[in-house]
Design a protein around this ligand. Sequence first.
Ligand code: 5GP
Length: 198
Amino acid sequence: MKTLSNDKKGLIVVISGPSGVGKGTIIQRLKQIVDNCVFSVSATTRSPRPGEVNGKDYFFISKEDFEENIRNQKMLEYTMYNGNYYGTPEASAREAAAQGNIVLLDIEVEGAGNVKKIIPESVSIFIMPPSKSALEQRLIGRGTETVDQIRGRLNIANREMDLSENYDYIVTNDSIDRAAQEIRRIILKEQARLNRPY
Ligand code: 5GP
């Protein structure tokens, strides 16, 4: 006999927010506090940062391979961000959701809009920094980008924050624990709505 949790429908949850806002840390926390929660590993042509692991943080692939994936329609969505391709491999994300998992997609605003069009029952959440200066300080403190790259990311961040109202939910990352708990409640509510028998 199947257990109740196996009968539950999976959910695709798109998480966006400006570079440096703490999405990665919040996603790690969500994997700990939400049952059956998995991360959809994107493909990218950017170089790995120190500590990033191929197949866990991203699939780091060449531009040629990425473009071949696009031609072969392997991507649910993709975009060019700050000079590099980023995209969601379609089969793994859909399969994980079909198996009843909460599938977290860490993607930027254009990709988020595309996922919502393709999968209307997905849930989109935008993570806001407590302030613009807090974001700038975090990006500088992270020390993984050059000054020019930080400038590029802050320009994109301003445009992204302007588009946050297109999301189903906006959550401020004033504390990792509080933001993760708020997202957990959103996920449980949306999952319950999806699993209503009527
Ligand atoms: P980073 O280089 O900081 O890891 O990511 C840069 C931006 O690309 C972030 O806003 C992140 O959410 C976004 N991103 C990561 N993976 C994907 C993806 O598969 N598709 C899209 N559209 N954006 C992605």
